[in-house]
Design a protein around this ligand. Structure first.
Ligand code: F3S
Length: 754
């Protein structure tokens, strides 16, 4: 499992020269984000000052991490690239396929039985191609990466939106689709639009009930789910330095919820402590030798307005604990305002479940602080009113918190400890009674709270808070409980208050683990056979998509005009569908079934223009495909926000959709559509969305001249014979147009032409 100190030394050996050169080229002091970006240019030393938010740049990431749900398709794609080994250090983590039900041991055993085929596939592909493999139960990808692989000043990509978590250790870590990861595994550069930069200055110091989570919940309230799009958020200031490294990880983790490309913090003593505590003193020593290159130039933080595109300032001494939700992570409510907000919105006050842990919040600090509250239940003769669960982020954390008595403390309040896996955070929670779809409230310390995300029930209102606040609320059983002010009545009828949470940044006795769950790859994997059964319903070897015929697309029909929020969860639902992540045809049966049809406000109910009948989206699309009719999906703002799953792009492509035309895209999804050879367009005039009618035919009349920066003309033919001609923009550069021509980026790689 050993991290690659030689690789890290190499990065640090080059960083000084590259950053000094970048400063010269850019002509001004550099932020940390710029230093890391310029130090990882594919072409070596910087020669150009890139324009933020405009220039596409090729980078050379140091690492790749994949989780089991996305790794299946990524590795199936990598197998098609024809390479003997991955080109950069890569790991695969089995965390998304473990359903939480009764508790860690039984749940893990069941997952090993039901997903055995997938775990075996991932294990053998990893073994063959030089990939480190973290077995089921080893932990959640981002926690394992933070503990083992993240390093200050590094750049990594991962096939999961919350890869950004590694910013807590001063990395630029970015969530990508599997197709991007495959490029880098295959030794190709990774392309990114040079991000804009948002600086967040943290003054003051966290104390009492306020936790790092509240910083990002506050930032989410300010920026909203779209506010970070295309930007890196760089945190700095005395408040940042006073915070633990894992707390920084929590903040960076949820940068995904504001759409940020990633978030990061400058190297400081908290990172040094965390590296040493997790057995990486040599990385800390190496980082200390170049530490001025692992944070911004001093002028930047002294006058941030001059160097960032936007600056936000938060005084941590005045920050209140927050609860964000329901149904969106940017609806931020300070705990002192929750009574009012809950009443106004008629949110059910009874809290059914408090769930802590996940990749976002299962550090030793989080767990020890939450345990300090759980301990007060018996000390103060209280009873925990809500059900309570913990999902530890890694076996190392689980083992250590068990050794230190915290699991025992949680057990005493009736907690269920789930496996070290995603579980309820990704809908892999077999919650008793959720099929009744009753309106109810839960609180959790995860990051996302879209409808159905935790338990599949659209009527579960999920609120996101720090593990401390979630624990306190679970003890009280009420959404509007403010532990800073409110009293609880104990078994003796006395009024008691919970004391402020207390914990440890790092385990005083150090971390420990018996079996971390890691499998190193074979030195020479050439003799290893990867078997995929042709009758498998979960895995299917890929066939290449057809190239573009170079002609205009004409006579295309509207498959669906999606109304409002359409995340990758709406396009390719998670939950039970995770089962088919490695089988493109089978998983395509969930294509767009969560999107709301703008004409009838129903999900999975669209008009089939071949016969005028209404039916499910995938079935209708299969009929268009069988009839050889191209189709178009129309969408609203930030289409494809949410997780990085490339299935949301591959499924419509597989089913024969040609074009996705929206008001705006979420970055990862737009890139994924391009990689898969789809035409991803945005309305030049957003109001044209309203011109699209249910029976429209689309003619893309000048596609034959498809070129960078040139808009696309679309003729809309309405059912009464009238026409509208509208313009659409696109962001394809020359290389991306080559993907479109070839049918997909992978087709180009496989042909050796990329
Ligand atoms: Fe897993 Fe939820 Fe994190 S799905 S990777 S625990 S965001």
């Amino acid at each position: 499992m050993a991290f690659d100190i030689d690789m890290i030394q190499k990065v640090y050996a080059g960083i000084t020269e590259r950053v000094d050169k970048a400063r010269e080229v850019v002509g001004k002091p550099l932020t940390l984000s710029e230093k890391i970006l310029y130090a990882h240019l594919w072409d070596g030393n910087p020669t150009t000052a890139f324009e933020r938010g405009t220039d596409y740049v090729d980078f050379a990431p140091d690492r790749i991490a994949c989780q089991d749900a996305t790794a299946q398709m990524a590795l199936l794609q990598f197998m098609r690239a024809g390479k003997p080994k991955v080109a950069v250090p890569t790991t695969v983590h089995c965390d998304h396929l473990i359903q939480a039900k009764v508790g860690a041991d039984k749940d893990l055993k069941r997952a090993n039985e039901t997903s055995n085929e997938v775990f075996d596939f991932l294990g053998s592909v990893s073994n063959k191609y030089g990939i480190g493999f973290w077995k089921p139960g080893a932990g959640i990808i981002h926690q394992v990466v933070l503990e083992n692989y993240a390093f200050p000043g590094g750049m990594m990509i991962g096939t999961d939106s919350h890869t950004v978590n590694a910013g807590g250790l001063g990395m630029i870590a970015i969530g990508v689709g599997g197709a991007d990861a495959v490029d880098v595994m295959a030794g190709m550069p990774w392309e990114l639009k040079f991000p804009k930069l948002i600086g967040v200055k943290l003054t003051g110091k966290l104390s009492g009930w306020t936790a790092p989570k509240d910083v990002i919940l506050k930032v989410a309230g300010i920026l909203t789910v779209k506010g970070g799009t295309g930007a890196i958020i760089e945190y700095f200031g005395e408040g940042a330095e006073a915070m633990s490294c894992t707390g920084k990880g929590t903040i960076c983790n949820m940068g995904a919820e504001v759409g940020a490309t990633t978030s990061t913090f400058g190297y400081d003593a908290s990172m040094d402590r965390y590296l040493r505590s997790t057995g990486r003193a040599d990385v800390a020593d190496a980082a200390n030798n170049v530490k001025e290159y692992l944070t911004a130039d001093p002028e930047v933080y002294a006058s941030p307005e001059q160097y960032f595109d936007q600056v936000i300032e938060i005084n941590l001494s005045e920050l209140e604990p927050h609860l964000n939700g329901p149904f969106t992570p940017d609806l931020a409510t300070p705990i002192s305002k929750m009574k009012e907000a809950a009443k106004e919105n008629d949110w059910p006050l009874k809290v059914e479940y408090g769930l802590i842990g996940s990749c976002t919040n299962s550090s030793y600090e989080d767990i020890s602080r939450a345990a300090s509250l759980a301990k007060q239940v018996s000390d103060k003769k209280l009873k925990t009113k809500s059900s309570f669960t913990i999902t530890p982020g890694s076996e190392q954390v689980r083992y250590t918190i068990e050794r230190d008595g915290f699991i025992d403390t949680f057990n005493k309040i009736g907690a269920t400890v789930f496996a070290n896996a995603c579980g309820p955070c990704i809908g892999m929670w077999d919650r008793e009674g959720s099929e009744k779809e009753e309106r109810n409230t839960i609180v959790h310390s995860f990051n996302r709270n879209f409808a159905k995300r935790a338990d599949g029930n659209p009527n579960t209102l999920a609120f996101v808070g720090s593990p401390e606040l979630v624990t306190a609320i679970a003890i009280s059983g009420r959404l509007d409980f403010n532990p800073l002010k409110d009293k609880l009545i104990n078994e003796d009828g006395e009024e008691v208050m919970l004391d402020e949470p207390r914990g440890y940044e790092l385990p005083p006795e150090g971390f420990a683990v018996e079996d971390a769950g890691y499998q190193a790859p074979a030195e020479d994997g050439s003799g290893i056979n990867v078997v995929v059964s042709p009758t498998s319903e979960r895995l299917e070897l890929l066939k290449p998509f057809a190239p573009w015929d170079g002609k205009n697309i004409t006579g295309a029909r509207l498959l669906i005009k999606a109304f409002g929020k359409c995340t990758t969860d709406h396009i390719s639902m998670a939950g039970p569908w995770l089962r088919y992540r490695g089988h493109l045809d089978n998983i395509s049966n969930n294509c767009l079934i969560g999107a709301v049809n703008a004409y009838n406000m129903k999900t999975n109910f669209v008009k089939n223009q071949l016969n005028g009948e209404y039916g499910g989206v995938p079935d209708t699309q299969r009929e268009y495909k069988a009839a050889g009719i191209p189709t178009v999906v129309v969408g609203d703002h930030n289409y494809g926000e949410g997780s990085s799953r490339e299935h949301a792009a591959m499924e419509p492509r597989h089913l024969g959709v040609k074009v996705v035309l929206v008001k705006s895209f979420a970055r990862i999804h737009e890139t994924n559509l391009k990689k898969q050879g789809m035409l991803a367009l945005t309305f030049a005039n957003e109001a044209d969305y309203d011109l699209i009618q249910e029976d429209d035919t689309f003619n893309f009349v000048d596609l034959e001249g498809f070129a960078p920066g040139k808009d696309v003309t679309i003729e809309l033919v309405h059912s009464d014979g009238s026409k509208d001609v509208i313009k659409a923009n696109h962001s394809y550069n020359k290389g991306q147009i080559a993907w479109f021509r070839a049918g997909s980026a992978l087709n180009l790689i496989a042909a050796g032409n990329a």
